[in-house]
Design a protein around this ligand. Structure first.
Ligand SMILES: [Zn+2]
Length: 99
């Protein structure tokens, strides 16, 4: 598995998050997931986001990149609405550009 941060191939398995295999890079010591994410993982990320964890915290909990969370939030407006209802929260203005 190639490191998505530095491109090194010297990586090793590093446990699992939401059932997704995680990898750690021996060169830059950062962790990453395989490029393919499951729908369930995306849903978990959006739930954390809706619970007010914020993009960067959600990213670190789920083990995905900040950009990935941002993209999922942008791409999943319908799913977000649905999850909001499931969580019983009122829709509110969210600033997806916050750091
Ligand atoms: Zn690396």
């Amino acid at each position: 598995m190639k490191c998505k941060h530095c491109g090194s191939k010297k990586t090793r398995k590093n446990g699992k998050t939401y059932g997704i295999q995680r990898y750690m890079c021996n060169k830059c010591s950062r962790t990453f997931s395989p490029p393919k994410y499951t729908a369930e993982m995306r849903k978990n990320v959006l739930i954390h986001y809706l619970k007010g964890y914020g993009v960067s915290k959600t990213a670190s909990i789920a083990g995905v990149s900040y950009t990935t969370v941002l993209n999922w939030v942008k791409d999943s407006s319908e799913l977000l609405e649905q999850l909001r209802k499931e969580l019983g929260e009122k829709p509110e203005e969210t600033d997806i550009n916050e750091k």
